[in-house]
Design a protein around this ligand. Structure first.
Ligand code: SAH
Length: 367
C-alpha cells in the first residue's frame, strides 16, 4: 500500500547550499578526533577547553559557521575558518513525507550521493544514516547495491548526515535514536563507523546513549567480533532474510562465503559479550521467503535465542522482480512465529511515499 502523497515536497537546494567548496582545500572539521582538535588549538597557543566549546557549538547548538561562535576569540574564529570546513556536503534533494519522515539525498564533495532519513514516531526522533556510497553485499532485493560499492564514507561524512538531520528538528524535538541502516554495509567500514558513533554517543557530541544506537549488518562474523571487543553496548541488528542456508545464499549472496551458522554464532557471541538483545531483520518477499514452512523454520532457528525478529514487508524497488507479500500471508507468517514463542515485530512502512527504503531516492534520481 502506498501512503498518500499529501504534503511531500521536493526541494532542490543545491544552489543555496553552494557546491563551490569542491576545490576547497580546508580540512573537514568533523574528520578530526577531539585530541587532534585540541592539538591544533594548542599549536595556535590556546587552551584545550576551546575544543569543547567548538564541539558544543557544532553538535549541541547546531551552528555551522565559525564566525557565529561568539565565546571564541575573534582571532581563533578566523583561524578556524581558514583551516576547516564544518560541512562539506550539500543537500541535493530534501523530501518530506506526510507521516513526518524527512529524507535527504546528500551530495558528497566528489559527487557521490548517499541518503539519510529522519523518522518521527511519538516522542522518538530516529535517524537512519548511510555508511558507504553504494554497497558491495549484493542483496538481490535492495536498491543500494545494484551498482556495487563506490567507496567508504569518511567519519566526517557520516557525522555530517547526523548533524543535517538533527538540524531539521524543531526547538522542542530531541534526537533520540540512531540506526546505521542507510546505504552500505557498516561493518565493511567499521573503523570510520565506530569513530563517528563515538562522537554520536559522547556527551560533548550528540549525547546519544549507545543503547539507542543500532548497527545493522548483513552479518560479517569477524567484524561482529571486533564490534564486541569495543565493549560499547551498541545494539546489533543482523539482516537474516531467510531461515536456511540455501535461500539465504540466494537472497544475500555474501552468505555463500560466510555461511549462516557462522553469522548466528557471531551474533550469539555478541549477545554473550554485552547482554544486548539481538535484532534479526527479515525482509518479507511475496512468494519467496514468506511461506508457513519458512516461518516454521525461522521459529526453530530463533526460539531459543533472546532476539527480536523485525519483519519488514518488502518495499518494492522499480526494475526488481520482488513483491510485497499479501496481507494474508503476512498474517499467516506472524501467527506461526507468535505461536512458536518468537518475539516478533512487524515494521510499519514509513515514508514509502518518498522512497524511504534505502537507495531508492538516489536510484530514482539517477535514471
Ligand atoms: N547493510 C546493512 C544495512 C542495510 S539497510 C544490512 O544489511 O543490514 C537496512 C535493512 O533494510 C536491511 O535489513 C536490508 O536488507 C533492508 N532492505 C533493503 N532493501 C529493502 C527494501 N526494498 N524493502 C525492505 N527492506 C529493505
Amino acid at each position: 500500500m502506498k501512503l498518500p502523497v499529501v504534503d511531500s515536497t521536493t526541494v532542490d537546494s543545491t544552489a543555496e547550499n553552494g557546491l563551490s567548496g569542491e576545490s576547497d582545500a580546508r580540512q573537514h572539521l568533523l574528520d578530526l578526533s577531539t585530541e587532534e582538535l585540541k592539538a591544533w588549538i594548542a599549536d595556535h597557543g590556546l587552551p584545550a577547553f576551546r575544543a569543547g566549546q567548538i564541539l558544543n557549538w557544532v553538535f549541541q547548538r547546531r551552528i555551522t559557521d565559525f564566525h557565529e561562535m561568539s565565546d571564541l576569540p575573534k582571532k581563533l574564529r578566523d583561524e578556524l575558518d581558514a583551516a576547516f570546513r564544518i560541512f562539506v556536503t550539500a543537500e541535493q534533494e530534501v523530501v518530506e513525507s506526510s507521516d513526518g519522515t524527512d529524507k535527504l539525498l546528500v551530495r558528497l564533495p566528489d559527487g557521490g550521493e548517499v541518503e539519510c532519513v529522519l523518522l518521527r514516531d511519538g516522542n522518538r526522533r530516529s535517524i537512519c544514516v548511510s555508511s558507504q556510497v553504494g554497497c558491495a553485499m549484493g542483496c538481490v532485493f535492495c536498491a543500494s547495491g545494484l551498482d556495487g560499492v563506490e567507496r567508504n564514507l569518511t567519519k566526517g561524512e557520516i557525522l555530517e548526515q547526523m548533524l543535517r538531520l538533527q538540524a531539521r528538528l524543531e526547538e522542542d524535538e530531541r534526537l533520540s535514536h540512531i540506526v546505521m541502516m542507510g546505504m552500505g554495509e557498516p561493518l565493511a567500514n567499521l573503523d570510520r563507523v565506530l569513530a563517528a558513533l563515538s562522537v554520536a554517543k559522547d556527551q560533548h557530541g550528540l549525547g546519544i546513549s549507545p543503547r539507542r544506537i543500532t548497527i545493522s549488518t548483513v552479518g560479517l562474523p569477524k567484524a561482529i567480533d571486533r564490534l564486541a571487543e569495543t565493549g560499547v553496548p551498541y545494539n546489533l541488528a543482523v539482516s537474516l532474510h531467510a531461515p536456511n542456508e540455501e535461500l539465504r545464499s540466494e537472497l544475500v549472496p555474501v552468505n555463500k562465503q560466510v555461511g549462516m551458522q557462522s553469522v548466528l554464532d557471531a551474533a550469539d557471541r555478541y549477545f554473550a559479550s554485552n547482554g544486548r538483545r539481538l535484532t534479526f531483520e527479515y525482509v518479507l518477499l511475496g512468494g519467496v521467503n514468506d511461506s508457513v514452512e519458512h516461518a516454521r523454520e525461522l521459529q526453530q532457528l530463533l526460539r531459543h535465542r533472546n532476539v527480536l525478529l523485525n519483519v519488514i514487508p518488502y518495499n518494492p524497488v522499480e526494475g526488481l522482480p520482488y513483491q510485497t507479500p499479501s496481507s494474508r500471508s503476512i498474517a499467516r507468517f506472524r501467527e506461526v512465529l507468535e505461536a512458536g514463542g518468537v518475539n516478533v515485530k512487524f515494521r510499519q512502512r514509513k515514508g514509502s511515499d518518498i522512497d524511504a527504503a534505502c537507495g531508492q531516492l538516489r536510484r530514482n534520481r539517477s535514471k
